[in-house]
Design a binder for this molecule. Structure first.
Ligand SMILES: Nc1ncnc2c1ncn2[C@@H]1O[C@H](COP(=O)(O)OP(=O)(O)O)[C@@H](O)[C@H]1O
Ligand SMILES: [Mg+2]
Length: 258
């Protein structure tokens, strides 16, 4: 058996509303369909909603466990042990993948120790998975908290605008301050009109020239995504031959090898 050092880490970045969570759900669908499992998806947005796009209920978040650990660790149990037990209870099991929700960031006070324990326990947990997939918020606060050493693939999601693409380039640069080694940075421009305006192509070309981003591709504005959103249905139920699924899968298959 091949010994794996740990899961391959894939993270989503981009400003709010660009489609990070939508693409995370489609990426989970891709990995599960391609048998690139097991997958641990981590919702690292304080306003967690990935679970809704996957049709899953959340019981307890990592933030809640971390807060409990500070005050409720029983005598005779280390904080690591407490965290490990509770983290396993927080893992939501689904078909081919698991989900963990980070929840609200800490309030005032010192959380260095709690966060360092959280990072250790997460590191250990992720060894059970082939992929660790992190849906971030724009600030990437939780990402630094997880203390990841490597992000193998970072997808930076942009809206289809000149300033959006510039922001994506800036976010790609921001990761340099995170003290995490990033393998590939892949730009996805989401919700594009069809046909794709030539001016948008040019903005993308410029952003790619000026940064270490590579261009992953365009994902169209999709009526099917909109309908699912309105009906509060899981994006996992989108048909495999729907245009948005095909476009997203096309991008993922070029950057993630099974
Ligand atoms: N390709 C798309 N076509 C249609 N609607 C989309 C598409 N991508 C995202 N959306 C919609 O845009 C909104 C924001 O998407 P979301 O994935 O929550 O963004 P983020 O996680 O970056 O804040 C949601 O209502 C979502 O349904
Ligand atoms: Mg989101």
């Amino acid at each position: 058996m091949i010994q794996r050092a740990g899961a391959d880490v894939i993270a989503m970045a981009g400003k709010g509303g660009t489609g990070k969570t939508t693409l995370t759900a489609l990426l989970i669908k891709y990995l599960v369909n391609s048998n690139m499992t097991p997958v641990l998806a981590v919702d690292a947005d304080a306003n967690a909603n990935l679970n809704e796009l996957l049709g899953l209920e959340v019981d307890v978040t990592l933030g809640e466990i971390r807060d409990k650990m500070k005050t409720e660790t029983p005598q005779g149990m280390t904080k690591n042990e407490f965290m490990e037990i509770h983290i396993n209870q927080a893992v939501i099991e689904a078909k081919g993948f698991d989900l963990l929700v980070m929840g609200q960031p800490e309030g005032p006070g010192c959380y260095c120790m709690a966060n360092s324990i959280l990072a250790q326990v997460m590191e250990k947990l992720s060894r059970n998975y082939r992929y660790l997939l992190v849906d971030n918020e724009a600030g990437m606060e939780h990402l630094s908290r997880l203390n990841l050493r490597t992000i193998h693939t970072l997808f930076v999601v942009s809206d289809p605008s000149s300033r959006g693409v510039l922001t994506a380039a800036r976010i790609a640069d921001l990761t340099k301050a995170l003290q995490v080694e990033v393998g590939k940075k892949v730009l996805i421009v989401n919700r594009v009109p069809e046909p794709v305006p030539q001016a948008l192509d040019e903005h993308v070309k410029r952003a790619v020239e000026q940064t270490d981003l590579v261009f992953g591709g365009y994902v169209s504005a999709s009526d099917e995504v909109f309908q699912k959103e309105m009906a509060q249905e899981s994006l996992l139920s989108l048909p495999d031959d729907s245009p948005v699924v095909k476009q997203a899968f096309g991008i993922f298959s070029r950057f993630l090898k099974g």
